[in-house]
Ligand binder design. Sequence first.
Ligand code: NDP
Length: 409
Amino acid sequence: ASQNPDQPEFNQAVTEVLESLRPVIEQNEERYRKEALLERLTTPDRQILFRVSWVDDKGQTQVNNAYRVQFNNAIGPYKGGLRLHPSVTLSIIKFLGFEQIFKNSLTGLPIGGGKGGSDFDPKGKSDREIMAFCQAFMTELYKHIGADVDVPAGDIGTGGREIGYLYGQYKRLTGRYEGVLTGKGLTFGGSLARTEATGYGLLYLTDELLKAHGKSLEGKTVTVSGAGNVAIYAIEKAEQLGGKVVTCSDSTGWIYDPDGIDVELLKEVKEVKRVRLTEYKKARPNAEYNEGRGVWSVKSDVALPCATQNELNLDDAKKLVSNGVIAVCEGANMPTTLEATNYLQEQGVLFVPGKASNAGGVAVSALEMSQNSERLSWTFEEVDQKLKDIMTNIYQKHQPGRKRIRSRR
Ligand code: NDP
């Protein structure tokens, strides 16, 4: 933290990992010091900071800050998404890139860790403005990436539409048709089940966790935050596995639906119309819409934070525990604060950090890379089965309780 006083999110992510590694580090202190292993682990290989200039629909030139942090390629090409959100800073991108190293290695697939993004705000922008931004962004980014070098993907604010614009610009600039991005459309090299992968994977792991403790999702009440890619497919799979999901949220408010979230309606509102959750409420008379945040005040057995970092704090954790929560599994990256994580674990709540529980997205991205390399497409069932195997494997090899990867924030 003393080296990066202005990077609170990055320091938080490093503290969490180093705390959990403490016993290993203490056993091998001399080697860690002599070979500067921790300094090497926590310093990115490369940080690329650049300007993106683009022209909006009024003819006005806009300027954004953009980043690609190539953290570590010890086991494969740098891999990690691109976040487009006004809150993006170097600290956020470094925390995400750092976490990506461990998450990617947990999948068992040959991918290193990286992350990127920009403080560009996609909200309220026309398709043409999104395209103009993405093309300008790629006009610098293409110099630093490649199918065997660094393979970006989606994240908050970057979905299939944005990846399409980015890929088109990459092809235009380089003339190369290669697996340089993942999360691509199915007609130009995307993988079936990539859209569903993070949410589905989160539920495969949660299911495995509950089964190992003699429980199941059947009949359980589930609270989910977020209403984006991860949240939507987490809700879909939780419902398929017999759970009743009663909440979702976006950056302005949240829904409580006592009849269970209607996931097809949620997709229509968020994926097709791209509007606020007030539109969901209009179509569901029994549902409540509340401004602000509040998902964690709802009684549930299983809580799945799927929106953003530090969205579940100590007060939220206390509320969840007093309402009898049995498991908290992170769909987003670092959604639970350090204090909340410690509290949940002290109270005996089953807790799985995002580095393990949301690894399904990047795992299927790596499967997309494999399909691109062999110039083949696998079926939905084939990819989904591999995803299930990877998530089960992550849980079984690294169960909470086996101190090796357990998050001791
Ligand atoms: P999306 O952009 O699709 O959705 C994000 C959701 O969270 C939206 O509902 C958004 O609200 C809400 N949200 C975003 N920022 C804030 C904020 N500051 N305060 C409150 N709500 C917010 O992103 P994803 O679903 O892809 O990502 C969600 C999380 O999962 C992130 O932490 C991401 O890093 C992580 N993740 C994603 C993976 C993937 O494959 N997509 C893989 C692994 C992790 P609104 O609708 O108003 O914008």
